[in-house]
Design a binder for this molecule. Structure first.
Ligand code: IYR
Length: 227
């Protein structure tokens, strides 16, 4: 049977205009200090900060509110080492053979290569999985059936945006890393068949001597059209 909608009053705090401006500016200023970090310190991060950020990510809107995501927070050094070895094997192939010259040229200004020490150095690596479909268990027969998930790609993308923002606001550095293909993550992390690795996010503090490439963001008039 279809589940019918049940409504409740919206809790919505209408805040004064000056307060809106203040919060909007503070968030803008804070978010514009975020950089993708590739050199991490191994200094520990309290799990509470990771957990809170994942709670924020898991509050994201999703297609039919199906919440088609799983976040695996890895701090175990052996598991991180296995992920690094597998990621580097794929990335070595990518950089040396699979990526086109155009692709390598597009990346050159970021100075990346196949080596991924951050997977071991960062105290946490959050691997986000997209649930391509759900699995429901029939109450009577115990049989499993597939539940179609709607807009799972978009939903997980939004959740990852929330995650990166939450970690940044908590004073942590992140890297959005997508080794390709990422099948090895499901195997190493022992995730079920319906889950596809979506992104691998090392989290921690930057190394003391961390450097980032000099890049710029597009001007507002290149990205905003106000009609
Ligand atoms: N996944 C590779 C290559 C790479 C691809 C893109 I698109 C980037 O923005 C950065 C890197 C790597 O992680 O090195």
């Amino acid at each position: 049977m279809d589940q019918q909608a049940v409504f409740e009053p919206l809790k919505f705090e209408r805040i004064p205009k000056h307060e809106q401006e203040k919060r909007s500016r503070a968030f803008h200023d804070r978010m514009l200090t975020r950089r993708t970090v590739r050199e991490f310190s191994s200094a520990p991060v309290p799990f509470e900060l990771i957990e809170k950020a994942i709670r924020v990510a898991a509050s994201a809107p999703s297609g039919a509110n199906q919440q088609p995501w799983t976040f695996v927070a890895v701090s175990d050094p052996d598991i991180k080492r296995r992920m690094r070895i597998a990621a580097e094997a794929e990335e070595r192939e990518n950089y040396q053979r699979r990526m086109s010259d155009d692709w390598l040229a597009a990346l050159a200004h970021l100075g990346t290569d196949w080596q991924k020490p951050h997977i071991e150095d960062a105290p946490y690596v959050i691997v986000v999985f997209r649930q391509a479909y759900g699995v429901a268990v029939d109450e009577r027969t115990g049989e499993e059936r597939r539940v179609k998930h709607y807009y799972s790609e978009e939903s997980v993308g939004i959740a990852v945006g929330f995650l990166l923002a939450a970690l940044h606001v908590a004073g942590l550095a992140t890297l959005t890393h997508t080794p390709s293909p990422m099948k090895f993550l499901r195997e190493i992390l022992d995730r079920p068949d319906n889950e596809r690795a979506y992104v691998l996010v090392p989290v921690g503090y930057p190394a003391d001597d961390a450097e980032v490439p000099v890049i710029s963001k597009k001007a507002l008039d290149e990205v905003l059209i106000h009609l």
